[in-house]
Design a protein. Structure first.
Length: 99
């Protein structure tokens, strides 16, 4: 989830928070930032007609972090974005070009 909260702020990156991180709210802030990032179709287009899941290039670069968290990239995005709960565990993942 840290990739959704701390990033370079390019067009392809998750949007920056409009508030400071606070220790007492950090988990909730990162969860909300991750959810907003995954629900933004300009950054993560999501499910495609062929059953694949088109995602931000960040998932390519830091895939091991998402796998460590949830076992696979597919499992991570399913957990964090309820709209993708039906994505196959074996769905292909093409990555959105980085901007």
């Amino acid at each position: 989830r840290i990739h959704a909260g701390v990033n370079c702020a390019s067009l392809s990156c998750p949007d920056l928070l409009t508030e400071a991180f606070q220790a007492s709210a950090l988990s909730e802030q990162l969860t909300n930032a991750t959810r907003r990032w995954l629900q933004n179709p300009t950054k993560n287009p999501g499910k495609q007609s062929d059953g694949s899941l088109k995602l931000s290039k960040i998932f390519d670069w830091y895939g091991a972090d998402f796998v460590q968290d949830s076992g696979s990239i597919q499992a991570f995005v399913k957990k964090c974005n309820p709209a993708w709960s039906d994505v196959s565990a074996s769905a292909g993942i093409p990555f959105e070009p980085y901007q």
